[in-house]
Every structure is written in C-alpha cells, then in structure tokens.
Design a protein around this ligand. Structure first.
Ligand code: ADP
Ligand code: RBF
Ligand code: MG
Length: 203
C-alpha cells in the first residue's frame, strides 16, 4: 500500500556515515536485473538518472522496508539476442513510448562495461511523485557516456541509509539525494564494505 510518508526532516541534521563497520544480515544482498525504462524523471527533473530494475528482480529481493539503500553495482552489455523483451506496466510502457526510448542493451558502454561502482538505491513509492506501485531504482555514482536500457545490472546492497520522504520542493529532494551519495561513498569506504567490491555471483 502506498505510504503516507512524512515530510523530510532538516537535511543538515543527517549523519555522514551509516551502518556498522562490517555489514551484517540480511546484507550482502546480491541480484541482477535488466535495466528497464521508468517514468523518465530521474535525469530530466532531478539531475539524477536511475536504472530501474524489473519487477521480477525487485520481488526476488523481497525488501520489507522502503527507503534508500547503498552498495556496489556494475552494468554489463546484454549479448543475448533472445533476451530483447521488457516486462513493463501499462504506465511504464506508455511513458517509454512517449519518450521514444530506444534500448541499446548496453552496447555503448565501452570501457565502463562490467566496472563496479558505488551506488545508491531508492525503494518504494516515491511519495514526492505519489507513485501507485513500488519500484527499485539504482543511481550509480559514475558518469556514463549515455543510457543503457536493456543492459544487465548486477548489484550488492550492503546497508540502509534512510526512509523515503515527501518533500516541500523538488530542490529539497535533490539536496537529500546529494547527501545520500556522500553518505554512501563514506560508508562504503571502510574495509568491511570495500571487501564486497567484487563481481556479483548471478542468481
Ligand atoms: P527512467 O525513468 O526511464 O529510469 P531516468 O531519467 O531515471 O529514466 O534515466 C535512467 C537511465 O539513464 C538508466 O536506465 C540508464 O540507462 C541511464 N543512466 C546513465 N547514467 C546513469 C547512472 N549513473 N546511474 C543510473 N542510470 C544511468
Ligand atoms: N523519491 C521520493 O519521493 N522520496 C525520497 O525520499 C526519495 N529518495 C531518493 C533517494 C535516492 C538516492 C534516489 C536515487 C532517488 C530517490 N527518490 C525519492 C526517487 C526519485 O523520486 C526518483 O528517482 C525519480 O522519481 C525518478 O524515478
Ligand atoms: Mg530511473
């Protein structure tokens, strides 16, 4: 059920590092998915592109808590010619058609293919945008040359940053996302988290 999320507390009161020195259960959580189109707001409205994951992969993760997570992720060209379909909701389908999304299956990744970078992941209803369905979407903390719809994303979640909130303005949400990125970078830069920066075993 969509949450009735509260307005975010003051951004300046946030901790700069989260989680214990070594991640404990249920982490690490590793999974892979195809990168599917969302509603196109990440890059255009928030200056923060997110690779949306497939519904089936999201369900497999079985996260009971909505909010912002952090960990490691890599994107891989999808070379399987039989694997060209997206399983999208009607609304996602409509949005992708309107935006004329043309998947390249990650074939333009070049030297970024398979490289592991830090990531932040948003899980939930995006209360600021009042989505009806939960989504899982990953912002990889790296500047890619372009989109990679249809590629495979492999990721390992190692911890939780905060719940999802509603915001008084888009700028306030953007500011919290930038803080999430700094918190993730600092939290991952500890031996207990760095040791998980290796290729994800596919499930
Ligand atoms: P959508 O709603 O379709 O997901 P976004 O505006 O969130 O639209 O853009 C997401 C797309 O941008 C991703 O699917 C991916 O192909 C691309 N992208 C480029 N750089 C990144 C990045 N650093 N992290 C995540 N996705 C990225
Ligand atoms: N959306 C919200 O409505 N509330 C949030 O607290 C929130 N936190 C986010 C944190 C991160 C790190 C990222 C990448 C996204 C977050 N979003 C949040 C989701 C954002 O609204 C979404 O990425 C865009 O709507 C594009 O799909
Ligand atoms: Mg997205």
């Amino acid at each position: 059920m969509p949450s009735t999320a509260s307005i975010a507390p003051d951004n300046k009161d946030r901790p700069s590092i989260v989680g214990p020195d070594t991640p404990g259960p249920p982490y690490p959580l590793s999974i892979q998915s195809k990168v599917v189109p969302g509603f196109g707001r990440g890059s255009s409205e928030l200056n923060c592109p997110t690779a949306n994951i497939e519904e089936a992969a999201f369900e497999k993760l079985n996260l009971s808590t909505t909010g912002v997570y952090f960990g490691w992720a890599s994107v891989h060209a999808n070379t399987d010619k039989q694997d060209r379909e997206f399983h999208l909701s009607e609304k996602q389908e409509q949005s992708a058609a309107e935006r004329n999304v043309v998947p390249n299956f990650g074939h333009d990744l070049g030297p970024d293919d398979g490289v592991i970078y830090p990531m932040v992941m948003s899980v939930g209803y995006n209360p600021f945008f009042k989505n009806k369905k939960q989504v899982g979407e990953i912002h990889i903390i790296h500047e890619y040359a372009g989109p990679f719809y249809g590629a495979h994303i492999k990721f390992t979640i190692l911890g939780y940053i905060r719940p999802e909130y509603d915001y008084v303005s888009k700028e306030a949400l953007m500011q919290d996302i930038q803080t999430d990125i700094q918190v993730a970078l600092k939290s991952l830069n500890r031996p207990g988290y760095l040791k998980h920066k290796h290729a994800v075993e596919c499930k």
